[in-house]
Design a protein around this ligand. Structure first.
Ligand code: AHM
Ligand code: MG
Length: 324
């Protein structure tokens, strides 16, 4: 089985990018170790802090964020990092070439119940020209990503990675190496499985309500097949399922906070997951536009997300094009 770095070298990926990915994996291995011991390491439960989005931080949100920040900023290739858990971007080497955004521990509401969580990351390049250190360096559409991926900390830890030439998966071995386990992952074009938090139904737009009603009608309804539903409340685990066997995942806009375009964050969740899904042949949309074409206005921007199997996401988007 091939080592991650050998695989990337064989694919002739830019050697600096390979080095950066190795650095990211060093941090993720440390996070995996912290997670493994749970209660024994005293890392479960909430902290006294809230993040910029007003969410209470779990102890492991903070620990994972600190590990990623430290390990990445120690690498001179890194100009700066932007994290879901930091108010503003944090900067390292002024000559660094890369910008990294991350959600250090996605699905952290699941930590205390020992359900899968993950680290999501996206790599951008510092734009050409003279720029001062500021959040604005990161405000690039998802189409500019050089690489994106996640490490899912489940029964085993798995990296799903794209550098813009397909998606490959690597499993963390007991030796501490990530080994290639799935090459050229593709999302099946059709599916009969969807993922949405149904408890928010009364807050959705009519188009989303109509679409889900039609799925629930099964063979009796216009979609003419029975659908199965899953909701893990860890996007990283839902996307892993979709990359593995297809499906549709959506966290749509809802009227609980009409000013926010959704719950998920464009730069830490929307863009990296969209790049993975598109690179595996799937579709990722807000239901109105391709997520990766959105020009971000601020680093913590939210976005409505619908991604997964090509035909199913297209069907959902069509519901949003029909007049009400
Ligand atoms: P987080 O980054 O704070 O963990 O929030 C994002 C998570 C996603 O992983 C998941 O899809 C969603 O929030 C679950 O939300 P809900 O609790 O509304 O089901
Ligand atoms: Mg998250």
């Amino acid at each position: 089985m091939q080592l991650l770095s050998n695989f990337l070298k064989h694919k002739k990926i830019d050697t600096e990018l390979v080095e950066l990915i190795d650095t990211l994996m060093l941090a993720c291995k440390e996070i995996a170790l912290q997670l493994r011991e749970g209660e024994l390491a005293g890392v479960l439960g909430i902290s006294d802090n809230t993040n910029i989005q007003g969410e209470t931080q779990k102890k492991l949100d903070i620990i994972s964020n600190e590990i990623l920040k430290k390990v990445l900023l120690d690498n001179p290739l890194v100009r700066g990092v932007a994290s879901e858990e930091e108010d503003h971007a944090v900067f390292g080497n002024p000559e660094g070439r890369f910008l990294v955004t991350f959600d250090p521990l996605d699905g952290s509401s699941n930590i205390d119940i020992n359900v899968s969580v993950g680290t999501i990351f996206s790599v951008l390049e510092v734009p050409a020209g003279e720029h001062e250190d500021s959040d604005s360096l990161f405000l690039q559409p998802g189409t500019q990503q050089l690489a994106a991926g996640y490490v899912l900390y489940g029964p085993h830890a798995v990296l799903s990675l794209t550098t813009g030439d397909g998606v490959n998966m690597f499993t963390l071995a007991h030796t501490g190496d990530f080994l290639l386990t799935q090459e050229d992952v593709t999302v099946p074009e059709t599916t009969a499985e969807f993922a949405i938090n149904m408890s928010n139904q009364r807050f959705w737009e009519p188009a989303m309500r109509n679409y889900i009603d039609d799925l629930l009608a099964g063979t009796e309804g216009p979609r003419a097949q029975n659908y199965n539903m899953r909701w893990i409340a860890s996007m990283v685990a839902e996307v892993h399922r979709i990359l593995t066997r297809g499906g549709l995942f959506t966290y749509p806009w809802d009227s609980r906070d009409p000013k926010k375009p959704g719950k998920l964050r464009l730069m830490y969740e929307g863009n990296p997951m969209s790049m993975l899904i598109e690179q595996a042949g799937g579709v990722s949309s807000t239901c109105y536009q391709r997520i990766m074409e959105i020009q971000p206005e601020h680093i913590h921007q939210r976005v409505s997300v619908a991604l997964g199997s090509r035909e199913e996401v297209k069907a959902l988007v069509e519901y949003h094009q029909k007049p009400e």
